[in-house]
Structures are given as C-alpha cells and as structure tokens.
Write a protein that binds this ligand. Sequence first.
Ligand code: NDP
Ligand code: TDO
Ligand code: MG
Length: 296
Amino acid sequence: MKILLFGKNGQLGWELQRSLALLGEVVALSREDPGGDLAQPEALRQAVRAVAPDVIVNAAAYTAVDLAEREPQQAEAINALAPQVLAEEALSLDAWLVHYSTDYVFDGSGNRPWREDDATAPLSVYGSSKLEGERRIRASGAKHLILRTSWVYGAHGQNFLKTMLRLGTERERLTVVDDQIGAPTGAELLADATAHALRQATLGSAAFSGLYHLTASGEASWFDYARHALASAHAIDPALRIANVEPIPTSAYPTPARRPLNSRLDTSHFQQIFGLHLPDWRQGVDRTVTELLARR
Ligand SMILES: NC(=O)C1=CN([C@@H]2O[C@H](COP(=O)(O)OP(=O)(O)OC[C@H]3O[C@@H](n4cnc5c(N)ncnc54)[C@H](OP(=O)(O)O)[C@@H]3O)[C@@H](O)[C@H]2O)C=CC1
Ligand SMILES: Cc1cn([C@H]2C[C@H](O)[C@@H](COP(=O)(O)OP(=O)(O)O[C@H]3O[C@@H](C)C(=O)[C@@H](O)[C@H]3O)O2)c(=O)[nH]c1=O
Ligand SMILES: [Mg+2]
C-alpha cells in the first residue's frame, strides 16, 4: 500500500510518519516540497497524480486560530479548497482520503458531548474554514475518514501544553480560562488511532467511510489541563518552581477569535466501529510532560 502524507512537519504529521510506516510505503511532503504546498492547488493535484497513492493523509492545515480572523482567504484556501482538490484526486484514483477537523466547528452551546450529526455553527474563521473542508470532502464522493479532534498537543511542534510548561516555570502566577471544556488529545494517540482505523477501512470496505469524533477520553477546562500539566512536571522534578495557576472566565481573556465553551466530542461511534479504546487525556499529557522534561 502506498500512502501520500501532507503536512509531515506538523504535530500530527510528525507522529503519522511513524504510525503510517507500519501500513505501507509512505511518501511524506511538507510545504517546502514540490507539490506539498496546499496553497498551490494545481501543483498539489499533480503531486497526487505523480505518486498515485492508495491513501492520501492530510495533516496539513491553517491552524492559527486568532490570525485566521485577519486572513480568511488563506484559511479557506488551505482548509477548504485544498481538501476538495485532494478529494477529487482521491476519487479518480479510488483512493482513501484521511482528513482532520476540529471541535471549533461547533458553537459550544449546552454541556452534552457533541455527536457527529449534531448541528454545526462555527464561531471563528478557522472553524468555518474547517467545516467547509469537511463539506467539500463529503460532497466529493471519495472514500474518506474525516476525524474531528480537539486540543492537540505533542512533543514536536507548538501547543498549549508547551506554552504552559514554559510560562509556568518562568512566572509566579498564570491565569487560565476555566469555562471552555474539552479533551486534550495527544498527536501520538491520534496518529496511532488513525493507523488502526485506516488498516480496518482499507482491508474492509467503503462502508467505513464517514465522519468520526476522535479525542482522548475524559474532559477538562484549559485551567484543569494547565494545572494538571504543571503538577505532573513538579511530581517528576520537585526542584522545579511552578506558577500558581488561577481560573478565569473567558471574558477575562479576550482574543480575536471566539472559541466554543462546550468543546466536548462524543467518541462512542469511533470506539464502536473500530473497536478501539481511547485512554484518559491525563495519560498522554503525563507521558509528554515526561518526554519534554527529559529533553531539557
Ligand atoms: N492543533 C490543534 O489543537 C488541533 C488541530 N486539529 C486539526 O488537526 C490537523 C493537524 O493539526 P496539527 O498537527 O495540530 O497542526 P500544526 O499546526 O502542528 O501543523 C499543521 C502543519 O500544516 C502545515 N501547513 C500550513 N500551511 C500549509 C500549506 N499551505 N501547505 C502545506 N502545509 C501547510 C504547517 O506547516 P508550517 O509549520 O510550515 O506552517 C504545519 O506543519 C489539522 O487538520 C488541524 O486543523 C483539530 C483539532 C485541534
Ligand atoms: C496562553 C493562555 C491561553 N489561555 C486560553 C486562551 C484559549 O481560550 C485557551 C487555549 O489557547 P490556545 O491559543 O492555545 O488555543 P487554540 O489555538 O484556540 O487551540 C485550538 O487550536 C485549534 C487548531 C483547534 O482545532 C482546537 O481544537 C484548539 O486546540 O486558553 C489562557 O486562558 N491563559 C493563557 O495564558
Ligand atoms: Mg493555537
């Protein structure tokens, strides 16, 4: 099996290079490689045709949530138009397309975990552009796995966990929002779960094609997450001085983009269809904190 991976240097792309290698030959591209730039649809199309993969995995995206409010066209080009091109090419090759989406497609109302068929209503440009990418893939007729995830972190790349470990060891005091609730999800878990699901889908049938929610289990506010990460770091290295983390409402942390309050995703469909267990979010956070501290 031949797999074409886009966005190989992102948090998730990095981990996918490892996980996908067990499934077949992986051709991995970054934005710098010819045909690897999602903002150049014609070159992208030619790259897919030249490789003629059995599976396309798209880990590239425009992920700068606040900046997207000022760059809606760039966000749309990368998060919506490029996925459509990939889907068109997947259809003509009869290949699978694996793509990722986000909790930010929801408006964050209520407190029940969102199911795949719940109504979407993004609050941000990033969320709208990701939703449009989903729609275009679903409309294409290509076999696809669209995996909606949330709050991704990893040892490779930039994320909230690394920011908290940095600020939390530089400052005396950190204030973090406690009214946005979701599930921190490790890029490692996401990549491994993708490979397991993809193996079943490719050995199985087009009946696996669809939209799935895929996150770690349990729930946390950003405040819970920050506090847990710093406590975990302190448990590993008691000599580390860590900030006092204080809860604040979203209203006390103004940002250009609005973010959902309820970002909980119901993953029971994914767990049931693919027979996979999703561990509690703390497990991956603890492992990554350990890895990051060992690197110092
Ligand atoms: N991060 C998160 O919290 C969440 C992410 N997701 C989704 O998961 C997927 C993976 O995200 P994640 O790994 O965390 O994101 P990252 O921001 O870590 O990685 C995204 C990658 O896409 C690359 N990229 C950006 N623009 C282009 C372009 N024009 N052409 C080619 N590559 C480009 C980036 O390259 P460069 O570094 O050069 O910009 C980067 O390597 C995305 O679909 C994202 O929307 C969903 C929920 C949460
Ligand atoms: C740095 C910082 C952030 N915050 C808040 C702001 C925000 O509400 C929340 C998280 O901040 P970030 O900017 O890291 O989060 P953000 O970039 O919005 O993260 C999102 O990225 C995209 C790509 C996704 O798809 C989402 O699932 C989600 O992970 O924490 C604090 O309250 N205190 C702080 O010191
Ligand atoms: Mg961010």
